[in-house]
Design a protein around this ligand. Sequence first.
Ligand SMILES: NC(=O)c1ccc[n+]([C@@H]2O[C@H](COP(=O)([O-])OP(=O)(O)OC[C@H]3O[C@@H](n4cnc5c(N)ncnc54)[C@H](OP(=O)(O)O)[C@@H]3O)[C@@H](O)[C@H]2O)c1
Length: 234
Amino acid sequence: MSNNIIFISGASRGIGNSLAKYFAEKNYTVIGTSRNDFESKNLIPIKLDITSRDDIKNCYKMLKEKNMLPDILVNNAGITSDQLFLRMKDDEWDEVISTNLTGVFNLTKVFIKNMIKDKYGRIINISSISGLMGNPGQVNYSASKSALNGFTKSLAKEIGSRNITVNNVAPGFIETDMTSYIDDKAKEDIIGTIPLRRFGRVEDVSELVYFLSSDKASYITGQTISVDGGLLMY
Ligand SMILES: NC(=O)c1ccc[n+]([C@@H]2O[C@H](COP(=O)([O-])OP(=O)(O)OC[C@H]3O[C@@H](n4cnc5c(N)ncnc54)[C@H](OP(=O)(O)O)[C@@H]3O)[C@@H](O)[C@H]2O)c1
C-alpha cells in the first residue's frame, strides 16, 4: 500500500504544479521542489536543484527525520536549451543532460531506498516525444529524454520484484512556459500536424500520471506512454 506521499520535482509551475494540485486535491501529501523559492497551495515547497547531490541529500535527511519519505516519485523537472547542433555550445549540452538525465538519476537513487523498505513504489519520469521522434534544434534535449527510456526499462527490470513500477510519460506539445516561446504562426502549423488539433493541457498529463501512480496500474512497468493528441503513432 502506498503511504500517499508524493515527491514532484519542478513543481513551481507548468506540468509539475498542475500535478501537485491534482494530487493534493486527492488528499496526497505533496512535496514539490524547484530551484527558486515558490508558494503553492497544499504542497510542501522545497528549494532544491536536482543537479546538486548535496541539496538532495539534505532534503532526504529532512524528510526522513519527519517520517515523510515518498513512495511516489515524479521526475518532472526539465529544461530546454535549444540550438542547432553545429552551433550548440558545450554548456548547452551539459546543462540539459545534467538536469534532464543526471537529475533523474540523483533523485531516484536517493528516494528508491524507502520504496524498497515499504515494498511499494511508483517512479514516473516525464520524458518527451522529442526523445522518441527527434526535433531539430533539440539534440541535447532529445538525447536526454530518449535516455530516460533506457533508464526506465533497465530499472523496471531490476526493481519489479520489489513491487516498484517505473514508467515514462512522454508529453507532446503542452501549454506551459516551456512552449510559450512558440509564435502564433508556428503554433498553427504544429496544431495542423496534431490529429486532435490542439496543444495539450497540463491536466491531460496529470490524469495519466495519477493513473500510473495508483494501484490500478500495478501491472504496468517499463513503459513509455505518450500524451500528445496523436502526434506520434508507432
Ligand atoms: N511543456 C511541454 O510541451 C512539454 C513537452 C514534453 C515534455 N515536457 C517535459 O515536462 C516537464 C515539465 O515541463 P514544463 O513545460 O512544465 O516546464 P516549465 O513550465 O518550464 O517548468 C519546469 C519546472 O522545473 C523546475 N526546474 C528546472 N530545472 C530544475 C532543476 N535543476 N532543479 C529543480 N527544479 C528545476 C522549474 O523551476 P525553477 O526554474 O524554479 O527551478 C519549474 O518548476 C519537463 O521535464 C519537460 O521536459 C514538457
